[in-house]
Design a protein around this ligand. Structure first.
Ligand SMILES: Cc1cc2nc3c(=O)[nH]c(=O)nc-3n(C[C@H](O)[C@H](O)[C@H](O)COP(=O)(O)OP(=O)(O)OC[C@H]3O[C@@H](n4cnc5c(N)ncnc54)[C@H](O)[C@@H]3O)c2cc1C
Ligand SMILES: Cc1ncc(C[n+]2csc(CCOP(=O)(O)OP(=O)(O)O)c2C)c(N)n1
Ligand SMILES: [Mg+2]
Length: 572
């Protein structure tokens, strides 16, 4: 049976199991929109295409499915670029479908013509320009296969208007993907697995580096089996948080630039690092020359191009983490690393006296307190979607994520404006989950128009705007490295309570810690989306901090309240 290209688009999405798309219409994609209503697929109308990409990203990250975005040509398509880059850097499976001018007009600077496949080449795993109805199915099938297989990522399919209007017979079997699929690295040889097990069994001071790949692979049980059997502590990357439980006895906490001091110290003194689905980002390693100098390194990753990219490793093991760990585990011996664990605990004790949670209450509201209380009140069971900046780091430090896929955050790109739209996508994917947005006053102002999307789509997200009056993370760098010159970082905000009112949602303001619990309870109880503005200390900084380019052990610590604590063993 012949169908239009536009019908074939939706037919293919249905066959891929798609139930929701995030998008915004326009001329070049109008044939597809016109055909859409005949199909049982939910369309979420966004207020800006960038947000559509973030929504699809949030949807994908909490569910493990592939997110789908639809936009028109020209400005609609270019508005997607930041969202695609965000997904690319954090390995999220997305398929973006864009309309394009008619094939006869390509290259003529036609109305709303941009070369979107050219523009997005570096921020997609692959992309396609489709000019004939009969090529739509194979392009879309392949797009889903490429996006979701191996290391996930975004794929864009640009479809000309005449291809949407043309007719073809959908040949689903014939459209089976054959080209462009990435080849997985060869499964590790038995000798390599045996060598890895021997290194693990012999190590006295091993540390597991737990990354995002654990969430993507679903290898939580295998990672815990490795840690528990061999008695090895694990440190987490920002995107690894939740992959293994924060409250587990072997969990150390986050590593890296704003990681816990004892975690970074343990990495620097380790004799073996076992990197699981993490890519040694520069926020994680600090100065490479001085990174974990005494450690042998085993690296498990599905993308062989990550091996020896940033950190030279002794033993790379390619493949899906779950499968590689299953093959590795039988060789791993039961271990007792209590001496090493005790040593790490003493460093941890030293840090406790500097922890803002342990400082006397001075009546001020600190963002770190907000995160701690939110964690306590929600029993750590919420999905938290953060924006980018200081509040993001405090959330990572003080909201203890036990559940897989429970922290959604833009790590690699650090895209401000991510939180609200990604949270809407997350809630649509997991309607039963309690979803919180944690955003700064700066980032929230980038995409708050999506409040109206939440209202129109009847999506309930609870929003915490952490208002410190500054682009706080940049202000912190200015305070520490630019002699306190606050160039363009004080930022004014609208009255967030009135703003909420304009969107028809409840808004509250909290500037004292004792008022926090009631506001959070009201937000949780509300039927729909609601917003709380937390007016927090304006010039607090995130500690510890490893300055950009400094060695991982060279941490700037929160000034200690007691001279005794200064004698703690900061390694030089
Ligand atoms: C303001 C700010 C501060 C930051 N500070 C820190 C910090 O202090 N500490 C920190 O950790 N991060 C920090 N980050 C985040 C940092 O930039 C990186 O995004 C993060 O470290 C990346 O974590 P990852 O390597 O685990 O995840 P990704 O970058 O997502 O990499 C995942 C890896 O897993 C692999 N993989 C995927 N699927 C599989 C599979 N099935 N099997 C095996 N492997 C797989 C991929 O190939 C990839 O190598 C910060 C970000 C911002 C914006
Ligand atoms: C789109 C974008 N522009 C600029 C930056 C640089 N940047 C990183 S953090 C930050 C400040 C964020 O301020 P705010 O949202 O108020 O959060 P806070 O740090 O105060 O918690 C800026 C400007 C960015 N990450 N993303
Ligand atoms: Mg701020």
């Amino acid at each position: 049976m012949e169908q239009t290209g536009a019908q074939i688009v939706w037919e293919c999405l249905l066959r891929e199991g798609v139930d929701t798309v995030f998008g915004y219409p326009g001329g070049a994609i109008l044939p597809a929109y016109d055909a859409m209503t005949a199909y049982p697929i939910r369309h979420v109308l966004v207020r800006h295409e960038q947000s559509a990409a973030h929504m699809a990203d949030g949807y994908a990250r909490v569910s493990g499915r592939t997110g789908v975005v639809v936009a028109t040509s020209g400005p609609g398509a270019t508005n997607l670029v930041t969202g695609l880059a965000t997904a690319m850097l954090d390995s999220t499976a997305l398929v973006a479908i864009t309309g394009q001018v008619g094939s006869g007009l390509l290259g003529t600077d036609a109305f709303q013509e941009v070369d979107i496949t050219g523009i997005t080449l570096p921020v997609t795993k692959h992309n396609y320009l489709v000019t004939r109805a009969e090529d739509i199915a194979s392009a879309l099938r392949e797009a889903f296969a490429v996006a979701g297989s191996g290391r996930p990522g975004p794929v864009l399919v640009d479809i000309t208007k005449d291809a949407q209007q043309g007719r073809a017979v959908l040949d689903w079997e014939g459209a089976q993907p054959t080209r462009h699929l990435r080849h997985l690295p060869p499964f590790p040889a038995a000798t390599d697995l045996a060598e890895a097990a021997a290194l693990i069994n012999a190590a006295k001071r091993p540390v597991i580096l737990a990354g995002h790949g654990i969430q993507l692979s679903g290898a939580r049980a295998e990672v815990l089996a490795l840690a528990e059997r061999a008695d090895i502590p694990f440190a987490l990357t920002l995107l690894g948080l939740g992959a293994v439980p924060a409250t587990h006895a072997l969990s150390l906490g986050m590593m890296g630039m704003h990681g816990e001091s004892w975690v970074n110290q343990a990495i620097q003194e380790a004799d073996l690092l076992i990197a699981l689905g993490m890519r040694f980002d520069d926020r994680v390693t600090g100065r490479l020359r001085e990174y974990a100098p005494n450690a042998k390194k085993i690296h498990l990753d599905i993308d062989a191009s990550e091996f020896n990219k940033n950190v030279a490793v002794d033993l790379p093991l390619g493949g899906d983490l779950l499968q590689v760990l299953q093959a590795l585990l039988p060789g791993v011996a039961v271990g007792d690393r209590s001496a090493w664990l005790a040593r790490i605990r003493t460093w941890r004790g030293d840090s406790a006296v500097r922890d803002i949670q342990n400082l006397p209450d001075d009546g001020h509201l600190y963002a770190a307190h907000v995160m701690h209380d939110l964690w306590r009140i929600t029993k750590g069971e919420a999905v938290v979607v953060t924006d980018v900046g200081q509040h993001q780091m405090w959330e990572a430090q003080y909201y203890k994520h036990d559940g897989a896929r429970s922290l959604i955050t833009s790590g690699g790109a650090g895209t401000m404006g991510f939180a609200l739209p990604a949270a809407i996508g997350a809630k649509i994917a997991r309607p039963e989950a309690e979803v919180w947005v944690v955003a700064g006053d700066g980032g929230f102002q980038m995409t708050f128009a999506e409040l109206m999307t939440a209202v129109q789509e009847r999506v309930k997200v609870n929003i915490a705007v952490i208002n410190n009056g500054f682009l706080g993370m940049v202000r912190q760098w200015q305070a520490l490295f630019y002699e306190g010159r606050y160039a363009a970082t004080p930022i004014l905000s609208p009255d967030f309570v009135k703003l909420a009112d304009a969107f028809g949602i409840p808004g509250r303001r909290v500037d004292r810690r004792p008022d926090l619990a009631a506001a959070v309870a009201a937000a949780r109880a509300a039927e729909g989306t609601s917003l709380i503005e937390f007016r927090v200390e304006q010039e607090d900084s995130v500690y510890p901090m490893v300055a950009a380019g400094a060695a991982l052990h060279d941490m700037i610590r929160r000034p200690s309240p007691s001279p005794l604590a200064e004698t703690g063993s900061d390694p030089a």
